[in-house]
Write a protein that binds this ligand. Structure first.
Ligand SMILES: [Zn+2]
Length: 378
């Protein structure tokens, strides 16, 4: 007699058996999660925080898509999309209210998703020909005030302007940015903060009276350490992108996903509890091993190439399996990066839109395939 026939007979004879069966299968299901957690502790999505009108749709997306796909980490680029009370002058013209943030927090908590809010610190203080809120309101924090924003932005350009940076040695900048960090961490009830810090091209400018002549790795590491220490005072941890810590010349990784501006030796100067988000969009570079060997925890971050993301996932799983006891816990997992706004991503995800040039090589397809593969590991 097969087991299911036997169970049916047992249930008919003794109805309470049904309850035991249900409890057994529910338990099996719950038991699956720790397996995935030990295989890949961080299963993340990094995306812009939704605009106010999109909060309910975004929360539905969290419930219906992120949670069932076993996403457990949500890095939300908030920047100035919050109604800051410490510095209302820095709010975007439309910005999330406290109540809207609390709705996102509640949905994530119910679904066991850790929110890591992000504000870009140091770099990314402008985009194209637009100066972002901090340097618009506090132009004295600008590392390169002599570089004027162009009417029409083009890359490359004579100023090598990609994004503006703030001066990490300005005596008043941290009072402002740390007030924002504290406020956002409190409202999101978060224990980790993402400071961005990628693609910082303007650092140690020869025209900055405070930074000129200083070692750029020291400046970068000094800023990372200062932010980390501020967070650590309240038991919070710091996450950053990893590109400034890689040698773009020696690795051939270039000036974007690695450093051509002498910051890479900062890898030996920053505190070991900073978490690195190691983004590579063209190849499955094995740089996670480099970060882990330096004593840093690391998550690998794909973008819009699904098959590359699967290779990166398999690498991450292999790194965790085939390392020493000391190294294994440093390989945290995977974080899918999305650089469009949340509404566009969700819309494309549901419509399955293909890219005119790249076909199915899109962030939403990468996300779908990466997390389908992750869920198979359960
Ligand atoms: Zn400076």
């Amino acid at each position: 007699m097969n087991i299911s026939l036997y169970l049916i007979m047992l249930i008919r004879k003794k109805p309470t058996t049904l309850l035991f069966c249900i409890a057994f299968f529910v338990n099996l299901n719950l038991a699956a999660q720790p397996g995935l957690d030990s295989l890949l502790p961080v299963r993340g999505l990094a995306i812009a925080a939704p605009p106010p009108h999109f909060v309910d749709s975004f929360n539905l997306f969290i419930e219906k898509e992120l949670a069932p796909k076993n996403v457990n980490t949500l890095i939300l680029r908030v920047d100035y999309n919050y109604q800051f009370t410490s510095h209302p002058e820095l709010r975007d013209s439309t910005a999330l209210s406290k109540e809207q943030v609390k709705k996102i927090v509640a949905v994530c908590r119910t679904n066991n998703i850790r929110i890591i809010p992000q504000i870009n610190l140091l770099g990314h203080q402008s985009w194209a020909n637009r100066t972002n809120n901090l340097l618009r309101q506090y132009p004295e924090f600008d590392e390169t005030p002599e570089v004027k924003m162009p009417e029409v932005y083009k890359w490359p350009n004579a100023d090598s302007l990609y994004c503006k940076s703030y001066c990490p040695l300005h005596p008043k900048v941290h009072a402002v940015v740390f007030a924002l960090v504290d406020e956002i961490m409190d409202v999101f009830e978060a224990d980790a903060f993402h400071a961005g810090m990628d693609e910082v091209f303007y650092i140690g400018s020869p025209n900055c009276p405070r930074c000129k002549g200083k070692d750029k790795a020291d400046l970068f590491a000094g800023e990372v350490t200062r932010i980390r220490n501020h967070l650590a005072n309240k038991g919070r941890e710091l996450w950053i992108w990893g590109d400034r810590l890689l040698d773009g010349y020696a690795t051939g990784l270039g000036m974007w996903e690695a450093s051509h501006n002498e910051t890479h030796t900062a890898i030996d100067l920053i505190p070991k509890d900073v978490v690195i988000c190691d983004w590579h969009y063209e190849r499955a570079d094995k740089t996670a091993v480099y970060f882990a060997m330096k004593g840093l925890r690391v998550a690998t971050c794909p973008w819009r190439n699904p098959s590359l993301a699967i290779t990166q996932l398999n690498d991450m799983i292999a790194f965790r399996k085939e390392s020493t006891k000391q190294m294994q816990p440093r390989f945290l997992g995977m974080v899918q990066t999305v650089w469009s706004g949340a509404p566009g991503f969700v819309r494309d995800y549901y419509s399955g839109r293909t890219d005119p040039q790249r076909g199915n090589n899109t962030p939403h397809e990468t996300f779908r395939r990466l997390f389908a593969e992750i869920s198979l590991q359960k």
